[in-house]
Design a protein around this ligand. Structure first.
Ligand code: PMP
Length: 429
């Protein structure tokens, strides 16, 4: 594979350790275009995993808007300029009532951190209930609610006492499986009520509305309704982390929480919002925003800067104009049907999770025991890289092929991926 040992060694020497890349010998990427990444030898590979560049690599509308704005004005967000107001209005309009007040930051971690701070300040409480096996970020508060041992092996050892963790509502691999998964909602609601009864009513319940870390496992029906009711009953707020699932990726729904038929009190956004440019947002109700403003303060020098605001507004416009939610639905549906057809022939595939272009292919050694095929998953990813497809493992057992491509994925590229996976599973990994 094309990769310069010297450059890799230098990277390892000067980067502080943990900024991992995915392969022992990664290809050096030089360019991106739509759904492809091109390495230094000129070889293009299909990018099936990059959930940041939602509208496609190097989208010309973003490039033009960012370059124009950068040449005109970029400044500390304390100044008065148009772009931040336009973005906030667009975001507020894209969310259902009563979500209407916007705070702008630079990343998903910052958005989650700020959402927690908003909830704590607005309620005058500290405790937060989060879900096991989740990832929400690397800053102190977002790390505290990140429970996935795959992303942070120390996750469970470093948990501060204001974080309370309920079971991962995973119907394939959780404590309750299949038809029993409906038990997660009442159990999490009971845990929240027990905290309130013990004199520690939580400031917030925080979760992804679609279980991202396990590869796109939907929450059991009614889960968020039951849990949100419990947290609101005791005066807390419901936070939905839409950093991965929001903005049309699920196809049938623009927001993940729509799939559950609920509206949260606080929403976090990032990743797709900037199509790779750093921008994140917290959107909340007027009531929560006012309670937060009277208790705390917030300022980010570059959150909502003219350039990041223009980029995010452009991304939101392109998602609408190019019909990318609909595309996630149709191409994602075709992709899922292709993967389910593979599952009929390849016993290594235990399940195909997800919706739209937010899918996970769970690989198992035995369909009855669901023993994770961790080593096999890494080998399958390596073979796919050789065959021109970039895909990576996810989940606490690293046995799920994470499939979150740019939403501009064409049908023939979806078919190409299914064919290459078929090839690997047929010829061996
Ligand atoms: N929340 C979720 C659901 C995420 O998937 C991530 C990133 N993987 C984050 C928050 C943190 O975002 P960032 O890496 O931009 O800080």
């Amino acid at each position: 594979l094309p990769s310069e040992p010297d450059l890799l060694a230098r990277r390892e020497r000067v980067l502080a350790g943990v900024q991992e890349h995915y392969w022992a010998v990664p290809p050096r990427i030089e360019r991106g275009w739509a759904v492809h990444l091109v390495d230094t030898t000129g070889r293009a590979r299909l990018d099936m995993v990059n959930n940041v560049t939602a509208i496609g690599h190097a989208h010309p509308a973003v490039t033009a808007a960012a370059a124009r704005q950068l040449a005109l004005l970029n400044t500390n967000s304390r100044f008065h300029y148009r772009a931040i107001a336009d973005l906030a209005a667009t975001l507020a309009a894209a969310l259902p009532e009563p979500l209407e007040r916007v705070l702008l930051v630079n990343s998903g971690s910052e958005a989650v951190d700020l959402a927690i701070r908003v909830a704590q300040a607005a309620t005058g409480r500290k405790d937060v209930v989060a879900v096991a096996e989740a990832y929400h970020g690397w800053t102190l508060a977002s790390d505290a609610v990140s429970t996935s041992v795959a992303d942070n092996p120390n996750a469970l050892g470093t948990r501060p006492d204001w974080v309370h963790v309920v079971d991962a509502p995973n119907d394939y691999r959780g404590r309750h499986r299949d038809a029993d998964a409906h038990r997660y909602g009442p159990e999490a609601a009971a845990a929240i009520r027990a905290l309130a009864a013990a004199g520690r009513p939580p400031a917030a319940f925080l979760a992804e509305p679609f279980f991202g870390n396990a590869g796109g496992v939907p929450l059991p029906d009614g889960y968020l309704e039951q849990v949100y009711a419990a947290v609101r009953e005791s005066g807390g707020v419901a936070i939905a982390d839409e950093v991965q699932v929001g903005l049309g990726r699920l196809g049938r729904w623009f927001w993940g929480f729509e799939q559950q038929g609920v509206v949260p009190d606080v929403v976090t956004l990032a990743k797709s919002l900037g199509n790779g440019f750093p921008v994140g947002a917290v959107i909340t109700t007027a009531d929560v925003a006012e309670r937060f403003a009277s208790e705390g303060s917030f300022f980010s020098s570059t959150g909502g800067s003219p350039v990041s605001s223009v980029v995010a507004s452009t991304v939101l416009r392109v998602i609408r104009e190019e019909g990318l939610q609909e595309r996630a639905r149709t191409v994602g549906g075709r992709l899922k049907r292709g993967l389910l057809a593979l599952a009929e022939r390849h016993p290594l595939i235990g399940a195909v999770h997800g919706e739209g272009l937010y899918l996970g292919v769970e690989l198992v050694r035995d369909r009855a025991t669901r023993e994770p095929a961790t080593a096999e998953t890494a080998l399958v990813c390596d073979r796919l890289l050789d065959l021109g497809v970039i895909v990576q493992p996810t989940g606490d057992f690293k046995n799920v092929l994470k499939i979150k491509p740019p939403l501009v994925l064409p049908e023939d590229a979806a078919d190409f991926f299914v064919a290459r996976l078929d090839e690997v599973l047929t010829t061996g990994w």
